[in-house]
Design a protein around this ligand. Sequence first.
Ligand code: PGA
Length: 246
Amino acid sequence: MRAHVFPDYEAMSTAAADAVAQSLEEEPSTVLMLPTGITPLGMYRRLVEMHRTEGLSFAGATFFNLDEYLGLTPDHEASYHVYMKENFYGLIDADPARIFVPDGTASDPEVECERYEAAIAEAGGIDVGVLGIGRNGHIGFNEPGARFDSRTRVVELSESTRKINAADFEADRAPGRAITVGMATIFASSAVVLLASGTNKAGAVAAAVEGDVSESMPASMLRNHPNASLFLDEDAASDLGQGVAG
Ligand code: PGA
C-alpha cells in the first residue's frame, strides 16, 4: 500500500478525482466502487467540475456503492441513494441503468446481497474502488472483526459508528444494520484508493499502515493488496512514523 500525503484536503480531493478521471480516460467503461461520507465530497465536487468544464464523461462507466443502511427507503434523506444522487450521480452523465446501490428495503436482504455480488461479477469486477476509513478502521461498513474473506452481506454497525452516524438522523433513529460490500469483494478490485482527512482519522491510518495486518483493523487488509494507494492530508498522516502499533 503506497501512502501519498497531500498538504490539505483540497489537494487530496483533487488527486483522488484525477485518479478516477484517468481511469475513465483510459477505459470509458471503467467499473467504479464509490463511498459516501464527508471525506469524498471534495472528490465528487472536483469530478462534477471536470464533467462540466472539461468534458469528462461518465456515460460508459458502471457504479457500485459500497454500502447502504438497512431499512431506509431510497428517498430517505439520510440514505446513501439520496447522498449519491445529490452529490454525484444526479450531477453527471451517468447511465441510470449502470448505477448500483444496495437496496436497504429489499424484502429479503440476504437475496439482495447475493444479487449485488452477482451484479459486480457480471460487470467484470471492480476496476477502481474508492474508500473512506472509519475512526475505528472500518472500510465500507466492514467493522473491526469483519472477516477478510467476507462478501456482500448484512452487518451490525458498531456502537461507535452508530454514534457518529446519529448526527444524520433524528434522535436515536440511526439504523443499526446495513448492507456492505464485503472485504474480499473490496480486495478483488484491480485498484483501491483509500482517502483519509483530518486528525480524527490519524490513529486509524497509523494502525492500518504500521500496525498488524489484522481483521481487528479492517483497513490493514489493503497492505496485502497489489495496487492500493492511501491518499492522506497532512492531518490524517500526523500519527505516521510515531511508532504506533496495531
Ligand atoms: P467520513 O466516513 O468520510 O464521513 O469520515 C468515513 C467512514 O466512516 O468510512
